[in-house]
Design a protein around this ligand. Structure first.
Ligand code: EPZ
Length: 418
């Protein structure tokens, strides 16, 4: 097992380049399966283990995949099975996109139930409701979701909850359904828009992505295209929060500032300077932070995926802050780790009441999930002394070259064998 050893207490200075968005890439790669002819030439694909995992699943399905740094070339004409039942499928959440993609193209799919971070109950009832509304028969058989249809026929679907996964998954299947589908109460996250843009580049007819009503006119077939994935809003937000915590001045490059407005607004409320300039943002902090309240919400609200790093920032901000996690019911597992470093936080169900402390102190902690791992890195960077973080496989699922990127800003992080 590996660990990160962080010598804390250094300001961050310089600039960092943000990679392609994990949660867009892990949807766009399976979505490419729907191209029955031609090759997909995808750029800005992040080098993370979740992407490697989905590529391995696609190879198992028969796809021809070539990878060259952040570019992936996929030929999905060669897919020869609609069964995706392997350890890789069970390991990751985004494997559920295989259901929508395979069902759309082949009208059948058998996909092992998805895994992912342990952050609360993660139902897929809204995905299933959408597939059934399109005319599929969906059942759970020996731990796999089996979906089959003679024909998929467009219809109106109103989601009971705003779900990123259900919106994208049902959009995939509806793209190759007959007639018009209208998705209401749809998620508006930037990666929903990115997947819709990618599908349109393959020949789909989707309008309204980014609003809560998405209109899809079914087409007969899709073909390969060239596409570049959007920058990762959550990776960018993590570097913004780390700079605010450590103090210093960092320019975060290759981003879409609009996607970061809820984070920018909170940092400014805390007394941090944030300057937007084209496709970059500069964060400047003297380390004097005011406590604020944060409620996680679907986009354009404050993203749940930055709640954990934000909790670290608030733990060293002056006064009392309250964090209300409204998306996932168990996303405070990092708090026990943070307490080992001297934070003063009381969690009650989905609320965390944080009393800011002057300093955190280095300790041995674990990454309890992906974003909790990023949070512990931020805590280690700001703490006095040395912090050791284990269970790095969580972090490697979603943050490309994280120690290299932080070290280029003046941090001192090394990866060692445990
Ligand atoms: C996506 O998960 C992201 N994962 C998550 O990021 C992110 O936290 C989440 O969206 C919210 O933004 C990927 O994109 C792979 P949801 P997803 O469906 O799609 C409830 C990370 O750290 N719900 O939007 O699975 C659900 O319980 C990961 O990168 C239903 O009730 O989330 C939750 O309360 C972690 N029924 C809410 O909706 C359903 O059928 C939002 O979930 C589906 C969801």
């Amino acid at each position: 097992m590996e660990k990160l050893v962080i010598e804390g207490g250094h300001c961050l200075e310089g600039s960092v380049n943000i990679s392609g968005a994990k949660n867009a890439a892990v949807a766009i790669l399976p979505a490419s399966i729907m191209a029955s002819k031609g090759v997909c030439n995808l750029e800005n694909i992040p080098d993370i283990s979740d992407v490697n995992c989905i590529l391995s699943i696609m190879r198992d399905l028969g796809a021809t995949v070539k990878r060259d740094n952040d570019r992936v070339i996929i030929d999905n004409e060669t897919i020869n099975t609609t069964d995706a039942c392997s350890e890789d499928v069970r390991q990751m959440r985004a494997s559920y996109y295989l259901i929508g993609a395979l069902l759309g193209r082949f009208k059948k799919a058998r996909v092992e139930m998805p895994g992912g971070c342990s952050i609360g109950v993660r139902p897929i009832d809204q995905h299933i409701k959408g597939f059934e509304a399109l005319g599929a028969n969906v059942r759970i058989e020996h731990g796999a979701v089996v979906a089959e249809a003679e024909r998929l026929i467009g219809t109106n679907i109103y989601f009971d909850v705003v779900s990123v996964g259900a919106t994208i998954n049902v959009m995939l299947a509806a793209t190759l359904a007959e007639g018009r589908t209208i998705l209401e109460n749809a998620a508006k996250e930037p990666h929903v828009v990115d997947v819709a843009n990618f599908l349109n580049s393959m020949g789909a007819n989707i309008r309204g992505a980014g609003t809560d009503v998405i209109k899809i006119k079914g087409v007969e077939a899709l073909s390969g295209c060239d596409y570049s994935v959007i920058p990762d809003q959550i990776e960018a937000g993590t570097y913004m929060i780390a700079t605010a915590a450590c103090g210093g001045r960092v320019t975060i490059e290759n981003i879409i500032p609009k996607h970061l407005e809820s984070i920018t607004a909170k940092l400014e409320e805390m007394g941090v300077k944030v300057i937007e300039d084209g496709d970059s943002i500069t964060v400047e902090s003297d380390g004097n932070l005011k406590g604020v309240n944060v409620k996680t919400l679907p986009y354009p609200g404050f993203p749940t995926d930055l709640q954990q790093p934000m909790t670290v920032l608030l733990s060293i901000a002056e006064g009392i802050s309250i964090v209300n996690e409204s998306i996932w019911e168990s996303r405070f597992k990092h708090v026990d780790e943070l307490k080992k470093m001297g934070a003063s936080i009381k969690v009650e169900n989905t609320l965390a009441v944080i009393e800011g402390v002057k300093k955190l102190g280095g300790a041995k902690v674990i990454a309890t999930d992906l974003r909790a791992g990023a949070a512990m890195i931020v805590a280690g960077l700001v703490a006095d002394g040395v912090t050791e973080i284990t269970h790095l496989y969580h972090i490697d699922r979603g943050y490309p070259n994280i120690e290299l990127k932080f070290n280029s800003l003046g941090a001192r992080i090394r990866r060692e064998k445990n």
